[in-house]
Design a protein around this ligand. Structure first.
Ligand SMILES: NC(=O)c1ccc[n+]([C@@H]2O[C@H](COP(=O)([O-])OP(=O)(O)OC[C@H]3O[C@@H](n4cnc5c(N)ncnc54)[C@H](O)[C@@H]3O)[C@@H](O)[C@H]2O)c1
Length: 269
């Protein structure tokens, strides 16, 4: 596959979309933007709902790849998750198949496997083939997205890298995030690797920086050519002083998904 240049970025108005809009052009991409909401400062961005099949078909036409970030990014009612994340992702894959787009990079989540116990002490890192254990309907939609990606690879030869993103924010803001943090610069490096690695079929990777307190195995991400440059450790002393160490007796602290396993934040719309 020739290196992709024109990439459709769905969810471009969101937090991660905004960070990646700033960082990905330096890796050589021209971005076509799509979101349900207008994208600030981007009058050419496509304003469309993932439910709009015609708009999706037009949006994907002629692009070399898609980075699919759009959707509900917190817990919500099953009906809302079904429409935006499950049917919406299906609609996008169908549009990609119909228009012959060869590759999707799918924003999966740690919450697809949120009930995996977090490693402690000398426990091994969580492997990439740990079974799906979604912690919410939101996590369930990410498990679905990974399976959909596998189906479209096996049946239609449409490649996907599913990235189980930890927490991609400018700085880690919790003790849990010290293990899952992906700096925005590393996020862009990982997306670039996922767009350019050859013969990915359907590959699932964890998405984080090379954190000292890492909980999961980054080897499938590194195999794509991803070389993380950042580590959350410089933030550790302050966050632990403010919040204390994780308490293994607390169910939210005992699992990868954190408070999504017990009291997930709810999508506000
Ligand atoms: N930010 C993280 O650390 C993180 C961690 C794990 C997974 N993810 C995943 O990455 C993606 C982006 O995350 P984010 O933090 O930027 O979320 P976000 O909520 O800030 O952005 C999501 C964007 O999707 C758009 N959207 C929602 N429903 C849509 C629809 N039906 N049609 C078109 N657009 C729609 C929203 O308008 C929003 O701009 C999400 O899929 C999220 O689940 C993010």
């Amino acid at each position: 596959m020739p290196a992709p240049r024109t990439v459709l970025l769905t969810g471009a108005a969101g937090g991660l979309g905004t960070l990646m809009r700033e960082l990905l052009p330096a890796h050589g991409y021209e971005l076509r933007l799509l979101d349900l909401l207008p994208v600030e400062g981007e009058p050419d961005a496509i304003t469309a709902d993932l439910a709009d099949k015609k708009a999706l078909r037009e949006a994907v036409r002629g692009v070399d790849a898609i980075i699919h970030l759009a959707g509900i990014s917190l817990e919500a009612s099953f009906e809302k998750i079904l429409r935006a994340n499950i049917e919406g992702t299906y609609n996008l894959y169908e549009a990609a198949r119909e228009e012959g787009v060869p590759r999707v990079v799918f924003a999966s989540s740690n919450h697809a496997v949120g009930f995996a116990p977090r490693p402690r002490g000398r426990d091994p890192l969580i492997p990439i083939d740990t079974p799906h254990r979604p912690d919410t309907f939101y996590g369930l939609s990410k498990s679905f997205g990974e399976d959909l990606a596998q189906l479209y690879w096996d049946k239609h030869g449409l490649e996907t890298v599913s990235v189980r993103i930890g927490s991609c924010f400018p700085e880690p803001t919790s003790v849990r995030m010290l293990s899952l943090w992906m700096s925005p610069a590393d996020g862009a490096r990982l997306l670039h690797a996922a767009l350019t690695a050859e013969h990915v079929g359907h590959t699932v990777v964890y998405g984080s920086s090379a954190n000292t307190r890492l909980w999961w195995d980054l080897s499938t991400a590194r195999a794509l050519g991803y070389e993380p440059q950042d580590d959350s450790e410089p933030y550790a002393a302050k966050l632990i002083a403010e919040q204390g160490e994780l308490d293994p007796a607390n169910v939210a602290h005992a699992h990868l998904g954190g408070h999504f396993v017990s009291d997930p934040p709810i999508w506000p719309y």
